[in-house]
Design a protein around this ligand. Structure first.
Ligand code: G6P
Length: 608
């Protein structure tokens, strides 16, 4: 959600800023802009819509000469997506330009104060107060002005600032919004995430909350909020550039769906050694695990649904209650959580604002937190007591696929690991389930290979005005994610229902030709779901069933089939979701949707 970039060096800044912004497009945005310093003047270009418009407006940056500058993609919160509201914002004296991610919560009071003092506002944004504060506090020393201005801000920000008096210098500051510094040779950078930096450098510095940096072509100095220098470590990014490229696929989403067997292998394989799950990295000891009496899983969006799928495995194997809570609800729910609760936090980006807040709330109440995160060095990974990384590599499509399946796989690993540590599982079952986890990448590959009919099914179903996904138990957890995938990229209304709830309302909506996607991969409860299929068929529904190839009973009931390989039921979600991801993808393609960047959505929701 929004993205910022900054460059200072000896090359022309604008083309680098534009390239960086293109790499951040996936985060979600509706306008964009750059500011470049040249000849003691700041030239600003802003557009509504795509970066392509900005490239056109600036002739790919050629119209904005200069070797230092900042750029921004904006996802409108305060004020409509217009050229005026787009960043960078300028000070009244023309000396400063600012880009900002996040939300300044006290902007109304600051705006009133600054207006009274005679500062003129051009936009409706919360951001504009920052640039006027900097102008107000500036008396020849930009560092001091940034410190003073930041101390007045409440809320979240990742900031980039340039000033005509120090034309080669950038300032970057962070509070609860992602910001990473890129270390080059004779040139330096900042960006909201590493995808914008990897084409130029693999050496990065992760800023912590409250810190800010003074960046010149030859140096980066990081300061604490009081302005004292802080020693920071340079980390090396292991992702290669190709990992964040489409690599011949029409969309990132399809590439990421197909990458899932590899991503899951990379996530699981290093954690299984000599017939045992090794999660030493978590520091979760047998003694600690035996001391807890409840697990709370919290997350947003698909990560929340990954938690719903993981709950079944943890409860079944560890015999401990698992509560799955939306982070946006948990944070305000005065939750019953204490030092005997383990809180598992799921997040691909590690930057989701509600998830961070929920996690802090749980920590405050004495719980230990285990983060399952994809982005190394992200806020959630830093705050957590224990972290397990999903090694999915960069995920660029807004709708998560490999992010979700790797989260689910880590929850399976954790379930089996914890069950063993808590002495809740016998050796034979442990061995059988471990073997099953080992074969997950293969099963996912099978799920991809056994459904060549999906593009044709998409042609049949893409005109539907509404799609219902039904299932029970583990199938219900997958139905939740299947419906979300469908609605977020195809814009078709899609809802999931626990099949047993149909009679309590939803069946009223079933009429002739209403498509119902019925998930039937949980053998223990399949007969029950079959009855639900019969009920909706009796009311004219078209049923697309998701089940095993040899499941003749379902095949004879359904109108269309999607196949899933057989796995242990408690580990079923990882393979079962894969054909539903493909179905959503092909339906969205039929409907001509912008698959990687669905309207109104952002990859990383860094504001509440
Ligand atoms: C957004 C994304 C989803 C993601 C959710 C949580 O809504 O579009 O794909 O599941 O945020 O994101 P996180 O990075 O915390 O997993």
């Amino acid at each position: 959600m929004c993205g910022i970039v900054g460059y200072t060096g000896s090359q022309e800044a604008a083309p680098i800023l534009l390239e960086g912004l293109k790499k951040l497009e996936y985060r979600g945005y509706d306008s964009a802009g750059i500011a470049v310093i040249n000849d003691s003047r700041i030239s600003v270009s802003k557009v509504t819509g795509r970066i392509a418009n900005l490239c056109e407006k600036t002739s790919d940056g050629k119209n904005c000469p200069g070797t230092a500058g900042i750029g921004h993609t904006r996802w409108a919160t305060h004020g409509a997506p217009t050229d005026t509201n787009a960043h960078p914002h300028m000070s009244n004296d023309g000396k400063f330009a600012v880009v900002h991610n996040g939300i300044i919560e006290n902007y109304i009071a600051l705006r009133e104060e600054l207006t009274e003092k005679g500062y003129r506002f051009e936009s409706q944004t919360d951001t504009e107060v920052i640039v006027h504060l900097i102008e107000m506090y500036y008396s020849g020393n930009l560092k001091n002005a940034v410190i003073k201005a930041s101390s007045r801000l409440r809320g979240s920000y990742a900031l980039g600032v340039v000033c005509t008096d120090e034309p080669e210098k950038l300032y970057a500051a962070r509070e609860a919004s992602p910001l990473i510094l890129g270390v080059g040779i004779g040139e330096n950078y900042f960006a909201s995430d590493v995808t914008a930096l990897v084409p130029y450098t693999r050496n990065v510095i992760y800023l912590d909350d409250g810190e800010f940096a003074e960046i010149t072509p030859d140096s980066i100095t990081v300061f604490d909020p009081a302005g004292r220098p802080v020693n920071k470590k340079i980390s090396r990014i292991t992702w290669d550039v190709q990992a964040a490229e489409k690599g011949g696929y029409e969309h990132f989403m399809l590439k990421e769906i197909i990458e899932q067997p590899g991503a899951i292998k990379a996530t699981i394989a290093p954690r299984i050694k000599d017939g045992k799950i090794v999660l030493d990295e978590t520091g979760l000891t047998a003694e600690y695990l035996k001391s807890i009496n409840k697990i709370v899983i919290t997350a947003c969006g698909s990560a929340y649904y990954a938690g719903c799928a993981g709950k079944y495995a943890i409860e079944k194997l560890c015999r401990i209650p698992v509560q799955v809570e939306l982070a946006s609800e948990l944070r305000y729910s005065d939750p019953i959580i204490d030092e005997h609760t383990l809180v598992i936090v799921l997040s691909q980006s590690g930057e989701t604002a509600d998830t961070i807040a929920a996690m802090k709330e749980c920590k405050k109440r004495g719980a230990k937190t285990l983060a399952i995160v994809n982005v190394v060095g992200s806020t959630i990974a830093n705050i957590a007591d224990h972290t397990i990384y999903t090694w999915a590599g960069p995920e660029i499509a807004v709708a998560t696929t490999k992010g979700y399946t790797t989260q689910v796989s880590v929850l399976y690993l954790f379930a089996l690991y914890a069950a063993e540590k808590m002495n809740r599982i016998d050796e034979e079952l442990y061995k059988r389930l471990l073997e099953s986890l080992n074969t997950l990448p293969k099963k996912i590959q099978e799920a991809l290979d056994m459904n060549p009919q999906i593009p044709n099914l998409a042609k049949k179903y893409h005109n539907a005005s509404s799609l219902f996904f039904i299932g029970r138990n583990t199938d219900y957890a997958v139905a939740l994610e299947g419906a979300l995938k469908m609605k977020e990229i195809s814009y078709i209304h899609a809802e999931s229902y626990a099949a047993g709830e149909l009679k309590h309302g939803t069946i009223a909506l079933i009429e002739e030709h209403q498509p119902v996607i019925a998930l039937c991969c949980n053998e223990s409860i399949m007969e029950k779901t079959m009855s639900n299929i019969i009920e909706v068929k009796a009311r004219g529904a078209e049923v697309l069933a998701v089940t095993f190839k040899d499941n003749q009973k379902i095949v004879s009931l359904a109108d269309d089939m999607i196949y899933v390989p057989k796995t242990e039921t408690i580990f079923a979600a990882a393979a079962e979701i894969v054909p539903l991801q493909l179905l959503a993808y092909y339906v969205a393609k039929e409907n001509g949707c912008d698959i990687d960047k669905p309207k109104n959505l952002a990859k990383s929701v860094t504001v509440e």
